[in-house]
Design a protein around this ligand. Structure first.
Ligand SMILES: Cc1ncc(COP(=O)(O)O)c(C=O)c1O
Length: 447
């Protein structure tokens, strides 16, 4: 095997299971076994796998135009998709394409900094929320600097202003969750009023990689207002939570806030091809206009920016959202997921269950009273993945939080199977996670 896998301690794996094909909500491995896709293939799959309409859209675009750059040229799929994105993104007028969510955030940061220069404010710093995550490239990593992920690359990162974010599970004892959120807002206002911050970047609705932390009501809206009052641009990162994950196309709209820039990725092409978008208001866009010699244009562009195969898939995907009333389905399934996942609280290892839309975070603790996370000698992800594999479900954890992020079109039967199997996997894995059996023996099937 020659592949170096992402965010993976390779020594924990003797070999990785090989996916041979996938259909509907199921991945089929080369040994003939099947795994229910509990993480929507890293939170991007919408309709399940091998959806005939998307496959046809890909094939018919492939017959006509596979790639043409957006440098000096344009093409129908890119134009049509940009109109679609603008139509569901209140306030946005222009769409800049890239290939992945991290790049969409990088672009947004560059837009914000250059906008600040053009407006002569002198503000140069980027602010973000604690536990916020925005991708793995240098700028996105700096904005979402979680030491647990990125400590090794501190030398590569710029220093973002990290503002506190409310934590419903570990709220200080003396405070209610609402008081804590209010305290965070007061601190944000005090910091953003200093005049040195060009933009605040935040995930919309919930912090996903940071452990499925759902914002309290009105928190995002209030932060947006604080930004406005203090002349700070607001960048919303919709990469994980937009496009229906929490039940709305533009989650920022559901949260009642009016950002200057919005980033989309992951589910844009249904999870079948890589494309991301950074949408900006007309005010931002116009700040980049001028004579060529003024050097006001956006200095950014990738070879595959707006690739026609991915863009055509995305156009078809968005049409299916409308025709199949996907958001209505998501909202219905969201209450079902919350109900089912809530039932996992009965497992002694489960400290907290947090849900929003079709996202559930199940936090595993070794001591409920102290809320101390599990700390096995190999990664919790490796153990949980193995336990899930034995029960026929594909799971991935972030730290000690098991994330359930099903494809948006998953129906009630598969959803029930997913939660039951995830609960079973957590229970099976408990002795290894708590160090009561040797985790390495467990992984070899002997624990
Ligand atoms: C909120 C958020 N922003 C950005 C990214 C980065 O996206 P990508 O992995 O496509 O670069 C992610 C990825 O999980 C994310 O959750």
């Amino acid at each position: 095997m020659a592949v170096w896998h992402p965010n993976t301690q390779m020594s924990e794996w003797a070999g990785l299971p090989e996916v041979a094909s996938a259909r509907g909500m199921w991945l089929r491995l080369s040994d003939g076994s099947r795994l229910l896709d509990g993480v929507a293939s890293m939170w991007c799959n919408v309709w399940g796998h091998s959806e005939p309409r998307l496959v046809r859209a890909l094939a018919s675009q492939a017959r006509v135009l596979q790639h043409a750059p957006l440098f000096n040229l344009t093409h129908r799929p890119a134009e049509e998709l940009a109109r679609g994105i603008v139509s569901f993104s209140p306030g946005m007028e222009r769409v800049f394409y890239s290939d992945n969510g991290s790049s969409a955030v990088e672009v947004a940061l560059k837009m914000a900094l250059q906008h600040a220069q053009a407006s002569g404010t002198g503000a140069r710093r980027i602010a973000s929320l604690e536990n916020g995550y925005h991708g793995d490239t240098a700028g996105a990593m700096s904005a979402g600097f979680m030491p647990g992920f990125f400590a090794r690359y501190r030398g590569l990162a710029f220093r973002a202003v990290r503002l506190p974010s409310p934590d419903g599970y570990r709220t200080p004892r003396s405070m209610t969750h609402a008081d804590h959120a209010q305290r965070c807002l007061e601190k944000a206002e005090a910091r953003l009023s200093r005049g040195d911050v060009a933009a605040l970047v935040m995930e919309s609705g919930a912090q996903v990689a940071g452990g499925a932390r759902v914002y309290p009501p009105r928190f995002q809206r209030s932060l947006g207002r604080i930004c406005r009052r203090n002349g700070v641009l607001l960048i919303v990162d919709e990469v994980a939570t937009g496009l229906g994950r929490l039940g709305s196309m533009a989650e920022y709209h559901a949260q009642g806030c009016r950002p200057d820039i919005a980033c989309y990725g992951k589910m844009l092409a249904g999870g079948y091809a890589t494309i991301a978008a950074t949408a900006a208001t007309g005010r931002i866009y116009r700040a980049f206009l001028g004579a060529f010699g003024d050097k006001r244009h956006l200095f950014h562009g990738h070879t595959f920016t707006g690739n026609p195969l991915a863009a055509a898939l995305a156009v078809e995907n968005l049409a299916m959202y409308r025709e199949r009333r996907l958001l209505r389905h998501v909202r219905g399934m969201a209450s079902e997921l919350a109900r089912l996942a809530g039932g996992l609280r009965g497992i002694p290892l489960v400290g907290d269950v947090r849900c929003a839309g079709l996202l559930a975070g199940i936090e595993l603790v070794r001591d409920r009273a102290r809320k101390a996370p599990v700390e096995p000698p190999v990664s919790a992800n490796r153990i949980i993945f193995e336990a899930g594999r034995r029960r026929g479900v594909y799971l991935r954890t972030l730290g000690s939080v098991v994330l359930l992020v099903p494809p948006l079109a998953m129906g009630p039967g598969d959803l029930r199977t997913l939660v039951e199997r995830a609960g079973g996997a957590i229970s099976d894995a408990a002795p290894a996670l708590l160090g009561r059996v040797d985790a390495r023996r467990y992984l070899r099937g002997r624990g």
